[in-house]
Design a protein around this ligand. Structure first.
Ligand SMILES: [Zn+2]
Length: 356
């Protein structure tokens, strides 16, 4: 079971399409998700009460400040809300969404097909495993070959008996430190990439050296590093030196926390989301000046309700509607914006045989 006819094509949840059909693409989002496995029970009575309330205007100011405090904020399973939110993205000019809620984030292939039909957007679905915390109980028993076979099946046959096929591998979870099972998954991703030509998206370990270790595991397993995207490059506090090392390996760096600087949180000892949207744009300009325009991806990686317009957030159209004017003000040209929002994600999503 190997890639036979996907070369040069993009695979959406509704089937194969051409790269020139994608248009503006958000490279890392969640549309339907359940992150409640990552909820940590608070200690105080008032936090426990807040944890179990629905998100509303009465508690939004508390939830925005601490997005993990509320279970409802970590779950978005309404197709009606998803469609309304995505129509806003479409009306703003968006064409494609890469949806990376795979195993561990409650991936829902059939819901994604209904949402794709309702909105007319291209939706690209992920495959693989998120961080170890969400791995299935039998993960120790699975071999690298088993996991590679699962990913290849998602891409070539479809998820389970749905017939709905993944178009990218990811987001693949890496904890700090990287666990043995996570290493096994990374190696399996490289093997699945060699068999399918799909790109890989990594949720990296939140530490500079550990991120470089994630990349080394993939590289030693034979991954095509020019077809690997490193997520959360803006949110996890990596130094410029580390980001340049990632770029020198040929990977894409993904600035996917746009619209999230309204909340900050501690994640494995670091402050996540410390950078404002404007700082991100300044950073990106710096990387463009160093010659890396073609290795940068943009997204919003919404996985909290408070990011959605329905709940007072910026919504999926934030980059298109609110940030392009700032990109231009910082000196970005129309061509560069087109490269970031259209050409780079297209190149990533088009299946490409790995050079032997
Ligand atoms: Zn994500």
């Amino acid at each position: 079971m190997n890639n036979t006819d996907l070369t040069g094509k993009v695979q959406t949840v509704l089937g194969v399409t051409e790269g020139d059909q994608l248009g503006i693409t958000s490279s890392h989002e969640h549309i339907i998700w359940d992150m409640s496995d990552y909820f940590e029970e608070p200690e105080s009575a008032s936090d426990k009460k807040l944890a179990r309330q629905p998100v509303s205007m009465e508690n939004l100011h508390l939830i925005r400040a601490r997005p993990h405090i509320n279970i409802d904020n970590m779950i978005q399973t309404s197709e009606e809300i998803a469609i309304r939110e995505l129509m806003d993205y479409k009306y703003a000019g968006g064409g494609t969404i890469v949806e990376l809620s795979q195993n561990g984030l409650a991936r829902d292939p059939m819901a994604l097909t209904r949402i794709a039909r309702a909105t007319g957007l291209n939706i690209i679905m992920g495959s693989g495993y998120y961080v170890g915390l969400s791995h299935p109980a039998d993960m120790d028993e699975k071999t690298e070959q088993d996991i590679a076979d699962e990913i290849v099946r998602d891409i070539m046959v479809g998820v389970g008996d749905t017939g709905v096929k993944s178009g990218i591998i990811g987001e693949i979870g890496c904890s700090l430190p990287l666990t043995d099972n996570e290493k096994k998954v990374l190696r399996a991703c490289a093997a699945a990439q060699r068999r399918t030509g799909a790109a890989i998206n990594i949720h990296p370990s939140i530490d500079d050296d550990a991120l470089l270790e994630n990349i080394a595991v993939l590289k030693n397993a034979g991954a095509d590093m020019s077809r690997v995207a490193i997520s959360h490059i803006d949110g996890f506090g990596y130094s410029l030196e580390t980001r340049l090392k990632v770029l020198e390996q040929g990977c894409y760096v993904e600035y996917d926390g746009f619209g999230q600087a309204i909340f900050h949180f501690f994640y494995m000892g670091r402050i996540a989301n410390a950078m404002s949207d404007i700082q991100k744009i300044t950073d990106i300009m710096e990387l463009i000046e160093k010659g890396y325009l073609h290795q940068i991806l943009l997204a919003q990686d919404f996985c909290f309700k408070c990011c959605l317009a329905t709940y007072g957030g910026y919504g999926y159209a934030h980059i298109i509607r609110n940030l392009i004017p700032f990109m231009k003000a910082k000196g970005m040209t129309e061509e560069q914006i087109q490269t970031l929002l259209v050409d780079n994600p297209r190149r990533l999503l088009e299946f490409t045989p790995v050079k032997k």
